[in-house]
Design a protein around this ligand. Structure first.
Ligand code: NAG
Ligand code: NAG
Ligand code: ZN
Length: 270
C-alpha cells in the first residue's frame, strides 16, 4: 500500500512549482506609479530583484535633468547628428509596461565618431523622462540603436506642445486599433524617421547613462535633443492618453560625477 503522505507531498510540490512558474513570469514585468490597478514593481522597487540590481546601485543611471548651464561644450560640424535613416516596415504595439513601441525592420544608421549603430526600434514615454533645466515635456521618443558590439546608443527627443507632428501622424491613429491585448500589433509600412518630420537638433546633449527600464544596464550613450523644434498637438496627446492614461516615465536619477556635453556648431561660434 502506498503512503497517502506521498500524494500530499507530490501535490505540495506541484503547488510550489506552479507558484514558482507564475512568479517567474510576473517577475520580468515592471510598472510605474499612477495606475491603481497595476501591481507590478514600481521604479523604486525595480532594484530589489537580483537581475535588476543596477536599477538601485548603478551610478550612471537615466533619465537625468539636463542643466544646460552646467554642460561642457562639444564642438561639432554644422550638420548635427550623423544619421542615415531609411524608410522601413515595422510593427506597432503596446508592451506589458504600457510602452508604445514601433519595432523596425532595418531603420538605417547612426554614427557617433567612428562607431556605427543601427536603428532597431523607437518608443514613447509620457510625460518625458529627461527634463531640461527642470522642464518636463508631454512626450519623449526614444530611438534605440544597437551596435555591432557593445552597448546601445539612444536618441531622446522631447516633444513640446504645438503644431501637429506630421511624423507621429503617419501612425498615431492606429493607436485606437490596439486593444488591451498585449499581443496585438499593427503592421506599418515605410516608417520614415528622416527630416523634416523629426528634428535632430538644433542642439543636443550627450552623456553616458543607462536603459530607463529594467535591467537598467549602463554604458548606454545618450543623445538628448535640446530646443523646442519637435512638437506634438494637444489633439495628438489626447489620442495618446485616451489609450495610455498613466505615466511611464522613470523618475530623474542622480548625475553623480558624470559630465553632460552640449553640442555647439561651428556656425554658432562665429
Ligand atoms: C544660465 O546662465 C545665464 C547667465 O548666467 C542665466 O541668465 C540663465 O538664467 C541661466 N539659465 C538657467 C536655466 O539656469
Ligand atoms: C515592406 O512591406 C511591403 C508590403 O508588405 C513590401 O512590399 C516591401 O517589400 C517591404 N519593404 C521592405 C524594405 O521590407
Ligand atoms: Zn525609453
Amino acid at each position: 500500500m502506498r503512503n497517502p503522505l506521498a500524494y500530499e507531498f507530490a501535490a505540495l510540490c506541484l503547488l510550489a512549482w506552479t507558484a514558482f512558474i507564475s512568479a517567474g513570469e510576473d517577475s520580468t514585468r515592471f510598472g510605474y506609479y499612477g495606475n491603481p490597478d497595476n501591481i507590478e514593481p514600481k521604479p523604486y522597487e525595480w532594484g530589489e530583484r537580483a537581475e535588476w540590481r543596477t536599477c538601485a546601485v548603478g551610478r550612471e543611471q537615466s533619465p537625468i535633468n539636463i542643466e544646460t548651464n552646467d554642460t561642457t561644450l562639444m564642438i561639432t560640424d554644422i550638420f548635427g547628428l550623423d544619421t542615415s535613416y531609411v524608410p522601413a516596415n515595422g510593427s506597432l504595439f503596446i508592451d506589458s509596461a504600457n510602452i508604445l513601441e514601433v519595432e523596425l525592420n532595418g531603420g538605417g544608421r547612426f554614427k557617433i565618431e567612428d562607431k556605427t549603430y543601427y536603428l532597431q526600434q523607437f518608443h514613447f514615454h509620457s510625460p518625458s523622462e529627461h527634463t531640461i533645466d527642470g522642464v518636463r515635456f508631454p512626450l519623449e521618443m526614444h530611438l534605440v540603436h544597437t551596435p555591432e558590439s557593445g552597448e546601445l546608443a539612444v536618441i531622446g527627443i522631447p516633444f513640446s506642445f504645438g503644431e501637429e507632428n506630421s511624423f507621429l501622424a503617419t501612425f498615431w491613429d492606429e493607436l485606437s486599433l490596439l486593444s488591451q491585448d498585449p499581443d496585438a500589433s499593427v503592421s506599418l509600412t515605410k516608417v520614415d524617421v528622416r527630416e523634416p518630420n523629426v528634428h535632430l537638433g538644433p542642439a543636443y546633449a550627450r552623456y553616458m547613462g543607462s536603459l530607463t527600464t529594467p535591467p537598467c544596464s549602463e554604458r548606454v550613450t545618450w543623445t538628448v535633443i535640446l530646443g523646442e523644434a519637435n512638437t506634438v498637438s494637444q489633439k495628438q496627446m489626447w489620442t495618446y492618453s485616451n489609450r495610455l492614461p498613466y505615466s511611464n516615465a522613470r523618475p530623474i536619477q542622480k548625475l553623480n560625477d558624470r559630465k553632460v556635453k552640449r553640442s555647439v556648431t561651428v556656425l554658432n561660434l562665429r
